[in-house]
Design a protein around this ligand. Structure first.
Ligand SMILES: NC(=O)c1ccc[n+]([C@@H]2O[C@H](COP(=O)([O-])OP(=O)(O)OC[C@H]3O[C@@H](n4cnc5c(N)ncnc54)[C@H](OP(=O)(O)O)[C@@H]3O)[C@@H](O)[C@H]2O)c1
Length: 255
């Protein structure tokens, strides 16, 4: 292994955006660490990558074990320059089932913070590095259909702002990625989507944001304008619009 090679780890690399980003980073010459729950999917991805990679099974719901595994992966890769925390789950939880709410908080918020902690601690020890968190445009407003999802994304974005403040006197970058709708397993079967892009397209946006050292990047960038307006709407108008959106989303496409 070339110890001077650029290195990146993706937590949640087995499908969707994480998978596409792994391919992009590998094509750009990075040694890539692939982490997630499904070893089988990670190994299938590994076989497709043009460059060298390592696979590690990590379930971020078990933070103690996940922290230990991520540290081991960093060690076995002889370091890391970019850590992408992409793992996330979304349940359309209309019946407000607790275990779905709990899972979203565990994976998206608690799991994120645990992985970010390992990354930042490591980057502080070497004096540089880049933490990338995959948040969402959903970070700006609440959602009656999946309250924990939007709240967990607000947590991630707020947490990264805190980390940027903490690390402002260092060379360590913290990049908050806020995608709109991306065509992955997470959005499959949903009707009320617009401006949907492919995971490969999203991966190019994310890679460019990392290269430019952006603090916050909307994917694609026009979502930044949409959210600038949406986050300023008074709550009653936001709720009214959201109810209309839900009615549209639930309308059968073939009457
Ligand atoms: N698709 C969109 O429209 C959209 C929009 C905004 C933001 N995002 C965010 O983008 C990220 C990727 O989502 P995606 O759309 O690519 O969906 P996806 O295809 O379902 O990917 C989710 C990834 O998270 C991993 N994951 C889930 N639970 C995990 C756990 N407990 N431990 C470790 N890894 C876990 C999955 O791997 P395993 O199943 O192998 O564990 C998978 O690799 C998520 O954070 C999501 O919130 C997506």
């Amino acid at each position: 292994m070339d110890e001077n090679q650029k290195k990146a780890i993706i937590i949640g690399a087995s499908s969707g955006i994480g998978r596409a980003l792994a391919k992009k980073l590998s094509a750009e010459g990075y040694l890539v660490g692939l982490a997630g729950r499904s070893l089988e999917k990670l190994q299938a991805l590994q076989a497709e990558l043009p460059g060298e990679s390592q696979v590690k099974q990590i379930d971020v719901r078990d933070t103690r074990e996940a922290i230990h595994s991520l540290r081991n992966l960093i060690m076995s890769m002889h370091g890391v320059d970019i850590l992408v925390v992409n793992a996330g789950v979304l349940f359309q939880n209309e019946d407000f089932v607790w275990h779905h709410e709990e899972e979203m908080i565990k994976v998206n918020a608690l799991g994120f913070a645990a992985m970010a902690n390992v990354g930042v601690t490591y980057f502080l020890s070497k004096g540089s590095g880049c933490l990338v968190g995959i948040s969402s445009v959903a970070c700006h407003r609440g959602s009656g259909r999946s309250p924990s999802y939007n709240a967990s994304k607000a947590f991630i974005s707020n947490y990264m702002e805190g980390l940027r403040q903490k690390l402002s006197a260092t060379a360590i970058k913290v990049v908050d990625i806020r995608p709109g709708f991306v065509d992955t397993a997470m959005t499959q079967g949903r009707k009320g989507l617009f401006g949907v892009i492919s995971p490969e397209h999203a991966a190019v946006f994310i890679f460019n944001a990392i290269q430019k050292g952006r603090s916050i990047a909307y994917v694609p960038s026009w979502w930044g304008i949409v959210m600038w307006f949406l986050k300023r709407l008074p709550e009653n108008i936001y709720h009214l619009g959201y109810r209309k959106y839900l009615a549209w989303d639930k309308k059968p496409s073939h009457p």
